[in-house]
Design a protein around this ligand. Sequence first.
Ligand code: SAH
Length: 212
Amino acid sequence: MSTPAIARELMVASQLRDRGISDPRVLEAMLRVPRHEFVPEPYRAQAYEDHPLPIGDNQTISQPYIVAVMLEALQLRPSDKVLEVGTGSGYVTALLAELAAEVFSIERHPALARKARDLLAGLGYSNVHVFAGDGTLGLPAAAPFDAIMVAAAAPDLPPALIAQLDDQGRMIIPIGTDDSQQLQLVRMVGGQPIITPRELVRFVPLISNRDE
Ligand code: SAH
């Protein structure tokens, strides 16, 4: 086995399985996706460690455990159409592409969007579409979505994202201020969002174009 593959085995066993992540599809996807490819060269040796890492433009690739918690909460099916807000490195985009049928991902930094698009294409992911833009508006042209994953913290639930969830659709999103955030799991049932508070987290802020 290659060194990264061994590091991935260890990451999945000690950071995920031992901490209670049990969905076999999530664990398998995290064994498959080469996280080191999404980490810039100076940090590559730390790619499988238990923390976020810088990816440029003041942004970070999320901690593996938090990614797994969010993916598990979404209960993705192989037929699902998914929206990701905050492509960043493209790491989570690749995981979503392993778990669902089609992934639409939006990133507000054009340079990060371009890099992630090229990397994902190079790794052979043909079921992903990466766009540069404001993810708080969602992607009305591709809606509704079975699942939405938001990788940056919003002060409140963005109404456009709720509106683009299909019936029985799920969204996982960090809500709160810079230093106090909590993941919220939203499930659409008969046109109403049912909200379940989950783990406390720390994400970079979701910046809407209206804030600038
Ligand atoms: N899942 C990514 C996380 C990246 S951090 C990874 O593991 O690499 C969150 C990303 O959200 C950043 O790249 C940031 O630029 C982006 N972001 C912040 N506000 C946004 C918005 N309104 N629309 C789209 N992307 C946004």
